[in-house]
Design a protein around this ligand. Structure first.
Ligand SMILES: Cc1ncc(COP(=O)(O)O)c(C=O)c1O
Length: 450
């Protein structure tokens, strides 16, 4: 069945009906948005959380659940776009923060908690010999790119089309006006070594760094294919550039990040999201000889500041998270649970003749209604209408998912949560399979289990 020629008008009317049910089921969320619109542009302060007709407004969260202002309880498969990996109000993290509250939360001086978290990070990530903290993944990436340019004395950075390194380094749309000066960027296709070599041939001597997500997150949950990261390491070495791995999302897969698994050593690694234990966090680290250019006791040191870089609560929550929650066993269990979910969704779709592929890795799943998972963002074929259908229908079934079709497991999740998700997805397929692409053959597994 060919969706684009046969079903599009019918799909639109299904979505209209779905939107009507969604709107009447969420009157308080709608009201909350209109109140917020008076003081926040579009009622919004983080674009990723906006979707039409209006987002559900969250009242509270606990464990693997979020509850909205209309009283609906959802199993949370968004998990704050991976930042909520430890689950809501994890007891170890809550205890650590509570224990810290009466001791002062903004010291304005160095303290042992920053050293403790730095020690933990350096011992987990083999390529991180020294680390600096900041306040977001965006900041971490801008710092890593800026440092690479300052240290090498070269002006350019090679990045990938569809990569997302933060609000000011957003290459999903390279023309976005808030991106920092774009004149020093060069772009290649993700997962395409030849395209990288093309850029290097043109500008290799001027390239300070190659920055890459080992798995594109916002770009569609696209894992680097085997050998691509190794090739980038070799190319960086050949042309004298530094290699930056943005592990803001992928650090959750293994104690030492995805780079440990693929055995490629980055010069700089950037971190963020869940590693702050659910509080505001970013970090960048890497080779001691490079990072020590920030050592303020050295002549000619590069200054790096930030009022909240060593924010006491974040340091303490981050340390509790990495030492007590994100153990190697817990990460492995989450990846295994993700693989199980991946297999059961694929088989549910296959049994109903719906074309589905699932990209990403382990505890992150990225659903695409297309036969082969995309190898770069240009290959994404799932339409906005299909995404909306999946999103609104799963919300109405009690599953807090993202419009972009990414499913993020958390450490608070159980096998029962994942079984319930599969059951709901089966309900969606049974109702809407005629409106989703299918060829009456079993779908192909384009996924990447852990
Ligand atoms: C891979 C990656 N890098 C960087 C960032 C930016 O992090 P932050 O939102 O903390 O600035 C994100 C956020 O989604 C991300 O997914």
């Amino acid at each position: 069945m060919n969706l684009s020629t046969v079903e599009q008008p019918a799909l639109e009317s299904e979505i209209e009906e779905l939107e009507g049910r969604y709107s009447s089921s969420n009157p308080r969320s709608r009201m909350q948005l209109s109140m917020a619109r008076r003081v926040l542009p579009g009622g919004n302060t983080r674009v990723a959380l906006y979707y039409d007709p209006f987002p559900v407004s969250i009242e509270s969260a606990e464990g693997s659940r979020v509850i909205d202002v209309d009283g609906h309880s959802y199993i949370d498969f968004t998990n704050d776009l991976t930042a909520g990996f430890y689950g809501h109000s994890n007891p170890f993290i809550v205890a650590a923060i509570r224990g810290a509250l009466d001791n002062g939360i903004s010291f304005g001086g160095p303290h042992r908690h920053e050293e403790a978290l730095a020690e933990t990070i350096c011992s987990r990530f083999s390529s991180i010999e020294r680390v600096r903290f900041c306040n977001s993944g965006t900041e971490a990436n801008l710092m890593a790119m800026g440092l690479a340019r300052a240290i090498t004395g070269r002006p350019l950075v090679l990045a990938f089309l569809g990569g997302y390194h933060g609000s000011f380094a957003n290459y999903l749309d390279v023309k976005t006006p808030l991106n920092v000066d774009k004149s020093w960027l060069r772009f290649a296709q993700f997962n395409d070594e030849e395209d990288v070599r093309r850029v290097i041939e043109e500008d290799g001597a001027q390239i300070a760094a190659i920055i890459v997500e080992p798995m594109m997150g916002s770009g569609g949950g696209i894992l680097a294919r085997p050998g691509f990261l190794t090739a980038l390491r070799a190319i960086a070495d050949e042309c004298g550039a530094l290699l930056i791995f943005d592990e803001v999302q992928t650090a959750r897969f293994f104690p030492g990040g995805l780079q440990d698994q693929v055995r490629v050593r980055a010069d700089f690694t950037t971190l963020g999201k869940s590693l702050g234990g659910g509080l505001t966090f970013g970090a960048f680290g890497g080779r001691a000889d490079l990072m020590d250019r920030l050592d303020p006791s050295r002549p000619g040191a590069i200054g790096h500041g930030g009022t909240f870089n060593n924010n006491v609560l974040t340091m303490i929550a981050g340390q509790a998270g990495l030492t007590k929650v994100a153990t190697a066993e817990a990460l492995h269990a989450a990846n295994t649970r993700g693989d199980w979910l991946r297999r059961s969704l694929l088989s549910a779709a296959g049994e109903r003749g719906v074309v589905l592929s699932i990209g990403a890795f382990g505890s992150i799943l990225s659903l695409h209604f297309q036969p082969i998972a995309p190898r770069n963002p240009a290959e994404i074929a799932t339409t906005p209408a299909q995404r909306k259908l999946f999103h609104l229908d799963m919300l109405l079934r009690g599953f807090y998912v993202q419009r972009r079709g990414t499913i993020n497991l958390s450490l608070a999740m159980t096998d029962e949560d994942c079984s319930a998700f599969t059951e709901a997805f089966v309900g969606l397929l049974d109702r809407y399979s005629a409106f989703l692409p299918g060829d009456n053959t079993r779908c192909k597994d384009g996924s990447h289990g852990s």
